[in-house]
Design a protein around this ligand. Structure first.
Ligand code: GDP
Ligand code: IMO
Ligand code: MG
Length: 424
């Protein structure tokens, strides 16, 4: 059986935790989109892992890990991650496979990301400054792109980098009045990247089709969330890849038909980092309560996350485009102590009711959420292991969400640890 895990909100839903759990029954875990903008957390006992490029299955010793074609690889981050795991006696030798077609994030991408954000002032997107947008732009533009397979031909790469950096430096000077970069310095780093990463670099499409043909079980791990999807999210406040499950087939060369089950991951409320409309945002003491209790600070950038009520309009949309079979709802424990909890069931836009999520950022910013209010609960639930032992109001809250999004909730998170999970 092959499955896919994808976020149904604006990222950070808890995909890392769900992938780690489902990986127990998988042979291979595949990242198919995004780059080191992702921060996926896995907590096993007292050990906490924050993964940016390695699939979240990597912390399990016998699982093969694939970084597929449409991931943009920052070699510096990846090498550091491999070394951090090695320090904890987790080796990736013979079980990490990086696509030779994956594009490479280099220093000039990160510099461009930063300069552009700075120059935009209040109009900035609030990116993670990991060079994601500029790298995907070079991929689409083709002439100035570097892929993992290019590390095999260092002499050619040297020449190519000279051309690329010359071009980038002209842009940096003319547009941003910024200092030039050295092609030679970047090339020296690339030689090191080649040394460390080429042993893992292969044709991952061939690898995956062979594995599936041999009956292996593959788990596809989405990064970011469906509402940040470049084509189907709240543009321009999105990331630069297809971060819904729609990105899976194109991202790794395995047709969607070959996936048996798609899990959508949500929080029991909503968070968002960076700019963009967020109809149920609670920029008040409720939002602060959730931020404090849920430790809502970015895994990659440390930024405080914007917090708000669960938005069933947004999640229903994400579940529709994602062909979601069942939902994992995490952070239920974070809501304990609130007197009332709200679920947004529809929007009002310019006086008209709207139940289908508008991705147009201007229209979405005009949406007034219409809420259903349910009673909260006081009991802490972080030790609860059985659904029927949850406070009745918590059970009812889950039931209301299931009804609003028309999907079954089969996994419930009551804490960050692997063990703090309820299966239904
Ligand atoms: P991802 O990007 O979707 O993998 O999510 P992140 O790792 O960026 O953010 C999720 C955060 O919530 C991490 O700190 C997790 O350890 C934590 N987490 C996951 N599930 C739960 C849960 O059920 N309850 C609580 N309190 N924390 C959780
Ligand atoms: P995971 O996989 C939450 C957001 C950024 C910004 C926008 C564009 O951990 O859920 P980018 O750097 O991609 O150009 O930034 O997307 N963003 C995320 N938000 N979780 C993520 O990943 C994100 N990756 C990007 O905050 O608003
Ligand atoms: Mg994250």
């Amino acid at each position: 059986m092959n499955s896919c895990v994808v976020g149904l909100q604006w990222g950070d839903e808890g995909k890392g935790k769900v992938v780690d759990i489902l990986a127990e029954h998988s042979d291979i875990v595949v990242r198919y989109n995004g780059g080191s903008n992702a921060g996926h957390t896995v907590v096993i006992g007292d050990n906490r892992f924050a993964l940016h490029l390695l699939p979240s299955g990597s912390v399990r010793p016998n699982i093969s890990c694939v970084i597929a074609n449409a991931v943009v690889v920052d070699p510096e981050v990846l090498i550091k991650e491999i070394e951090t795991l090695a320090q904890k006696n987790i080796t990736l030798k013979d079980r990490l496979f990086i696509s030779e077609s994956a594009h490479v994030v280099l220093d000039y991408h990160k510099k461009e990301d930063q300069l552009r954000e700075e120059s935009l002032g209040k109009n900035k997107l609030g990116t993670t400054i990991r060079g994601i947008g500029p790298c995907y732009a070079d991929k689409a533009g083709r002439s100035y792109a570097v892929r993992m397979g290019d590390f095999r031909e260092l002499e050619q790469l040297k020449e190519k980098l000279q051309r690329i950096v010359e071009y980038k430096n002209k842009v940096f000077a003319a547009v941003y009045d910024a200092e030039p970069m050295s092609a030679e310095d970047i090339f020296v780093k690339c030689k090191l990247y080649a040394d460390k990463l080429l042993p893992f670099t292969i044709d991952t499409t061939e690898f995956l089709h062979k594995a599936i043909g041999d009956g292996k079980s593959v788990l596809f791990e989405g990064a970011q969330g469906s509402l940040l999807d470049l084509d189907h999210g709240t543009f321009p406040y999105v990331t630069s890849s297809n971060s819904s499950s729609l990105g899976m087939p194109a991202g790794c060369g395995v047709p969607a038909k070959m996936v048996d089950k798609i899990f959508g991951v949500v929080k029991a409320y909503t968070t968002r980092v960076g700019a963009g409309p967020f109809p149920t945002e609670q920029d008040n003491e409720i939002g602060q309560y959730i931020r404090d209790k849920g430790n809502e600070y970015g895994t990659t950038t440390g930024r405080p996350r914007r917090c708000g009520w669960f938005d069933a309009v947004a999640v229903s949309y994400a579940a529709k485009i994602g062909a979601i079979d069942s939902v994992a709802l995490l952070h239920l424990d974070t809501l304990a102590g609130l007197k009332e909890i709200k679920i947004c069931k529809t929007y009002k836009i310019n006086g008209q009711e709207k139940t289908f999520f508008p991705t147009n950022a201007t229209r979405l910013s005009q949406a007034q959420p219409i809420y259903e209010t349910v009673a909260g609960w006081d009991e802490e639930i972080t030790e609860v292991g059985d659904f029927h032992e949850l406070p009745v109001n918590a059970q009812e809250y889950i039931g209301r969400i299931e009804e609003q999004i028309s999907k079954p909730i089969t996994i419930v998170g009551v804490g960050p640890k692997r063990s703090q999970t309820i299966f239904r």
